[in-house]
Design a protein around this ligand. Structure first.
Ligand code: ADP
Length: 403
């Protein structure tokens, strides 16, 4: 039961090949990056530990998918006898607008919806669609399934997703909160229920997905009630290079100060802000900001404190949204690995039921686990996310039910 997962970006294609016969197993994976620009490189690894890497001549997504296919059946490092073994291909698609609320089999209508969202997800949806079309060409007859970042958040009520703007912007132009990282929020909230020993239907969970991008969600009974990212991934938390919540008036003030046009301010807020802009050590990586803070760099200390405070505010807000919670779960690069950031976020929250066990918080593990004290009214969990595995599992479910 082979499922290939494809994550096609503007200049890269990431892939993971799963065998889903029993518990999902990764057979091979890797990425091709710098597609269409100088120095295109591929990295391919398989479960036996073979690693192939180096420069490859690849000019577009279709050539990239063709190369991935070749590697998968390569006599030396391949993991399949023939491409016909691939039962389905699951695609990470960022924006599905309002109409796509679940993973779906890709047909002309779904592709039209992905295209309709180009204007609100200009960096992600066009390459996502290119990746789908490349797979249709290279794997003819194999079903393609779209797993959308926005889908899990489609259960938000209007009070969460409406902005206080003239209503026609919503009805005519679909300007509203959509939310992203949905595959991760879905997986982690379900896993939190599992380790709590409860059904997702009986749990309230706040998921803090803190990676290079970051978002928090409030999940009740397995359904998302609110999330911090908005129309685009720019809203909400302080991220690696994104500013998150700011006064909208800053936009035109900065445009004037820095003499930026629309594309300029877009790039400024998405790529030059966040930890990169605040920390002053020319890095968006929290590890570098932490190292700066430890060596006494006050700008790094402030950046870390502001980052933590923003997450803390969302946890407080979502405790109100949910009317209390059973667990707060941390995931993704920062959430899973940075004990010091988790401690900074949770500092002073004992009084509202979040008691961090400082020793457990320091322990490293790749397993989902609690890091709260035994008597903490709200459990604190660290749950490694696995978006690829979740996409593979959902892809198989869609193919098995035929829609
Ligand atoms: P993406 O959003 O690109 O999928 P990840 O979830 O992989 O990102 O998170 C990447 C980020 O996680 C890095 O930029 C880095 O800031 C952070 N990170 C990873 N490991 C650690 C660590 N040990 N300590 C602190 N931060 C870490």
């Amino acid at each position: 039961m082979i499922v290939l997962v494809i994550n096609a970006g503007s200049s890269s294609v990431k892939f993971t090949c799963f065998d889903l016969k029993g518990a999902p197993q990764v057979l091979a994976g890797g990425l091709i990056e710098r597609i269409g620009i100088e120095g295109t490189a591929m990295k391919y690894t398989n479960a036996k530990g073979d690693v192939v890497k180096g420069e490859v001549p690849v000019k577009d997504a279709q050539e990239a998918v063709r190369l991935i296919a070749q590697r998968l059946v390569d006599p030396q490092v391949g993991v399949l006898k023939a491409l016909g073994e691939v039962k389905a291909i699951g695609h990470r698609v960022v924006h599905g607008g309002e109409s796509i609320t679940d993973p779906v089999l890709i047909d002309a209508k779904v592709k039209a919806t992905i295209r309709d969202c180009f204007s609100i997800a200009p960096l992600h949806n066009p390459p996502n669609l290119t990746g789908i079309e490349a797979c249709e060409a290279v794997f003819p007859g194999v079903p393609n399934v779209g797993v959308f970042d926005t889908a899990f958040h489609s259960t938000m009520p209007p009070s969460s997703y409406l902005y206080a703007l003239p209503y026609d912007l919503y009805t005519e132009h679909k300007i509203r909160r959509y939310g992203f990282h949905g595959t991760s929020h879905a997986f982690v909230s379900r896993k939190a229920a599992e380790i709590l020993g409860r059904k997702p239907a009986d749990c309230k969970v706040i998921v803090c997905h803190l990676g290079n991008g970051g978002s928090v969600s409030a999940v009740s009974g397995g359904k998302c009630l609110d999330t911090s990212m908005g129309l685009t991934p720019l809203e909400g938390l302080i991220m690696g290079t994104r500013c998150g919540d700011i006064d909208p008036a800053i936009v035109w003030n900065v445009m004037k100060i820095k003499k930026l046009d629309l594309d300029g301010i877009d790039a400024f807020l998405n790529k030059k802000s966040g930890l990169l802009g605040m920390g002053g050590v020319n890095s968006s990586d929290l590890r570098d900001i932490e190292a700066g803070a430890q060596s006494g760099n006050q700008q790094c200390v402030q950046a870390m404190e502001a980052y933590a405070y923003r997450v803390k505010k969302y946890i407080g807000a979502y405790l109100a949204t949910l009317g209390g919670a059973d667990a707060v779960a941390f995931t993704a690069g920062v959430g899973e690995n940075s004990a010091s950031m988790r401690a900074l976020i949770l500092k002073g929250l004992d009084g509202i039921g979040l008691k961090l066990d400082l020793a457990k918080n320091q322990e490293r593990s790749d397993q989902a686990r609690f890091v709260s004290t035994a008597d903490s009214p709200i459990k604190i969990a660290v749950i490694p996310t696995d978006e690829e595995r979740e996409i593979a599992t959902q892809t198989l479910a869609v193919v098995n039910r035929g829609r």
